[in-house]
Design a protein around this ligand. Structure first.
Ligand code: SF4
Length: 374
């Protein structure tokens, strides 16, 4: 039976309802896609809303007061998210990352953390449970998240200069509040805290060395992320990308750095340590050094659509199955072929595509990052 594409209330992204096999096979935990990549990491967006308007993700002129965010009724409930996570764990997932939008805007999100932290792998091990936040609400919530079972946090911070930071978040949010949140997260033991800085040439690249100096020796791991052409709204241009090679060169002019081995399969960051033992930094180079070859990440949108790549243009509607009376076995069996057919490697192919976002008006729109998480 051919797959049906159901135009959901949210027309933004087409999503096929997966076919449920007549004889569902039990998950083996060894799923591999067309490039032999296992399914290990599930990123779960718990809200499409955010209280920041970072230009590289949710530019204010697009995500303005008239923007129709998803109604609460269309969001997956905490129970539906936990059920879905359990099915992905049976397929081999070992890491869960909560994202958004801004995940701490989702009411009582610590209850979801408690549900997810109780999950176990088939051999009884806990999952690696982490969360990415802009830090605006973290100081208040850090202890409750830790108590609920969250292990680590990643905080986005694009500058130390208050004026630059306020300009980049575009809601005039002060940098000191985020720095206080990072400190609080460390205090309650949500470390090692990772700090993500999106580097945009001509906007905040002059802050690279200052950020490194600030976080050196603190135990936090600062990562420099190349500015990406995610979604269809940020007006991305290649000449605003500062290649990671240049970031490292700037840092090496100040600090002795040594390359490190990856910590886990599918790790996105290239790691470097300070030769004097003051900790480590990382670079995430999706534009100039694609890492699709061992990308083991799937993404679940806020209302239950499964996306197989950050740069996808269409998803798979799992919510229809979750709310359609199908059993866990049936839904798990419907998920398997989706991953097995996966051949996404957008970043590898990017260099063969038009340089400027939107250059090919006919091309289907890429999913927005606030909707499926970074
Ligand atoms: S571009 Fe897609 S396939 Fe490549 S690393 Fe990113 S998410 Fe994975």
């Amino acid at each position: 039976m051919p797959e049906r594409v159901i135009p959901l209330a949210d027309q933004r992204y087409a999503a096929a309802v997966p076919r449920v096999p007549e004889h569902p096979a039990a998950p083996s935990g060894l799923l591999a896609d067309q490039l032999g990549r296992p399914l290990r990491d599930l990123r779960i967006s718990v809200t499409d809303r955010c209280n920041f308007r970072c230009g590289y993700c949710m530019p204010k002129e697009v995500f303005d007061k008239n923007y129709a965010f998803l109604p609460h009724s269309s969001l997956l409930s905490f129970e539906e998210i936990t059920r879905t996570a359990r099915l992905f764990i049976a397929h081999g997932v070992r890491k869960l990352r909560l994202t958004g939008g801004e995940p701490l805007l989702r009411k009582n999100v610590e209850e979801l953390v408690a549900q997810l932290s109780a999950l176990r792998t088939p051999d009884g091990a806990p999952l690696d449970l982490t969360l990415t936040t802009n830090g605006s609400l973290l100081a208040r919530k850090a202890q409750a998240l830790k108590d609920a079972g969250l292990q680590r946090v990643t905080v986005s911070l694009d500058a130390l200069d208050d004026a630059v930071f306020r300009r980049m978040n575009d809601v005039d949010f002060p940098v000191d509040d985020v720095l206080r949140s990072i400190e609080r997260a460390m205090q309650v033991g949500l470390g090692p805290v990772k700090i993500n800085m999106v580097v945009k040439r001509g906007t905040n690249d002059h802050e690279i060395v200052r950020m490194a100096r600030h976080f050196r020796g603190t135990g936090a791991v600062l990562r420099f992320i190349e500015y990406m052409d995610v979604g269809a709204s940020n007006g991305w241009r290649m000449d605003e990308v500062l290649p990671s090679k240049e970031v490292i060169a700037r840092l090496q002019s100040e600090f002795a750095l040594e390359p490190m081995q990856p910590q886990s399969e599918g790790e996105t960051a290239q790691r470097w340590r300070y030769a004097d033992g003051q900790g480590e930094i990382g670079v995430i180079s999706s534009v100039t050094q694609a890492f699709c070859r061992d990308c083991n990440r799937a993404r679940l949108s806020t209302e239950g659509k499964l996306f197989l790549c950050l740069f996808a243009t269409r998803g798979h509607d799992l919510r229809a199955l979750l709310r359609g009376g199908f059993s866990d076995e049936q839904i798990a069996a419907a998920i398997a072929p989706i991953w097995q057919r996966r051949d996404d490697r957008y970043s590898e192919l990017r260099s063969a595509m038009p340089r400027e976002q939107g250059a090919d008006a006919a091309a289907p729109k890429r999913v927005e990052m606030h909707y499926i998480g970074g």
